[in-house]
Write a protein that binds this ligand. Structure first.
Ligand SMILES: [Zn+2]
Length: 147
């Protein structure tokens, strides 16, 4: 695991390198001294906000394309919430409701729910399409991309 992460200050947009052990202690921006906040829960993304959500975040972005009618999405929801909390600062979790955001689902060729896509530096680095046949350890899958 890397010993530090890069976080963008929400106030002045400066990139700050923050040691992992400082993440839980309300790190301050080196430029403007404001507290650097970061999401600890999944963030709902829309077609209007998606590109900015991905490009603004210097670390990995984990996107779940989900549907309100999908039973498997409901099953994995607690795991997705846990990933957002446990890896807060190192990873941002975005959720895209494919019924509300059909254009985003089309853009990423989402044919099944849930579909998980991992982005780094704005690029897709890995994805899981649809409910896996075997129960997959999403936490381990995400962690493979955080080193
Ligand atoms: Zn700042």
């Amino acid at each position: 695991m890397p010993s530090s992460v890069i976080l963008r200050c929400p106030s002045c947009r400066t990139l700050n390198r923050v040691p992992q052990e400082k993440l839980s202690g309300h790190p301050h921006c080196g430029q403007c001294r404001n507290v650097i906040t970061f999401p600890t829960r999944p963030v709902n993304a829309t077609a209007a906000s998606f590109d900015r959500e991905v490009s603004d975040w210097p670390e990995a972005v984990f996107v779940e394309f989900w549907s309100v009618t999908c039973g498997y999405c409901r099953m994995v929801e607690p795991v997705v919430n846990d990933i957002a909390a446990w890896r807060a600062g190192r990873l941002k979790v975005l959720k895209v409701d494919i019924q509300a955001e059909f254009s985003l689902a089309q853009r990423y060729s989402v044919m099944a729910t849930p579909t998980f896509i991992l982005f780094k530096n704005g690029q897709q680095v890995d994805r899981i399409d649809g409910a896996p046949r075997e129960k997959i350890d999403l936490v381990a899958w995400v962690d493979r991309h955080l080193s």
